[in-house]
Write a protein that binds this ligand. Structure first.
Ligand code: HPA
Length: 259
């Protein structure tokens, strides 16, 4: 299988037979990686079987191997999105490969628009649950996967112990790439969404189907459409990530030291 082939290549290229934790760094999270630690090996994603080249601006396209305390950690710098034309299987492949490479814990990060009143730009929010509104699934064939507590309660508790100011929210994953209309954001609020973005939900489903534990953190890079009168831009998303990088990096490092 492709995931196993990629896992073998990761082990070979990094010299690390098993990486116990994988972190996907999405939009706005690239600079946070520097705070986690210096990689002892790095691989360009296109050199790994089945991996593509993340193309959304601000995505690094590298896989780094870092050691935090005794944990071997894979940092996946960037991801592929459905809106780039990738299939659900291609979107989740790096997560599948990381789990095949030994990851028991998958930490998914992203940039999101804040829907719920009170959320502030620059604030990291733990994903407590999700709405998969992509109408797609990474699961091929008949695999019934339980998604109760898909976003691991113990890992969320651990993150909140580290940073008691962390809030939680429901993440709505949409196809994109257009940002939402104000009417769509009102609809999402009615459906129970606190955060909105264009990634992450398929990766979480795949990780749960493979038995890994999942922690998710959204960085609120903007308030969602119509919440303020402002227009939305990807440049704003990246700039907010840069501003929040030291805090995000410290949070990730703290989590990686304790899992
Ligand atoms: N909507 C969708 N995706 C996003 C947003 C948003 O407002 N901000 C960052 N990613």
């Amino acid at each position: 299988m492709l995931a196993e082939r990629a896992a073998e290549a990761i082990a070979e290229r990094t010299g690390v037979p098993r990486h116990r934790v994988a972190v996907v760094l999405g939009s706005g999270w690239q600079q946070a990686a520097a705070e986690i630690g210096a990689p002892h090996a790095s691989i360009a994603m296109p050199e790994l079987p089945g991996f593509g080249r993340p193309s959304a601006q601000g995505h690094g396209g590298m896989v780094h191997s870092v050691t935090v305390n005794d944990n071997n950690v894979l940092l996946l710098m960037g991801r592929q999105h459905l809106y780039e034309g990738y299939t659900p299987q291609q979107v989740v492949h790096p997560v599948s490969a990381a789990i095949a490479a030994g990851a028991e814990i998958v930490l998914l990060t992203n940039a999101a628009g804040g829907i719920r009143g009170g959320l502030r730009v620059g604030e990291p929010v733990l994903i407590a649950d999700h709405l998969n509104l992509t109408a797609r699934t990474p699961l091929e064939g008949a695999r019934f996967v339980d998604l109760v507590d898909a976003w691991d309660p113990e890992l969320r508790t651990l993150a909140k112990e580290l940073d008691p100011s962390l809030g939680e929210g429901v993440y709505a994953g949409l196809l994109g790439p257009q940002y939402e209309t104000p009417a769509e954001i009102r609809m999402l609020a009615t459906l129970g969404a606190d955060l909105v973005g264009m990634s992450t939900v398929l990766e979480a489903i795949e990780a749960r189907s493979r038995g890994a534990r999942v922690l998710g953190i959204s960085l609120v890079t903007n308030l969602a459409a119509g919440v303020t009168g402002q227009h939305l831009s990807h440049a704003e998303v990246l700039a907010e990530g840069q501003a929040a990088a030291p805090r995000l990096g410290k949070l990730l490092r703290g989590i990686l030291e304790r899992v």
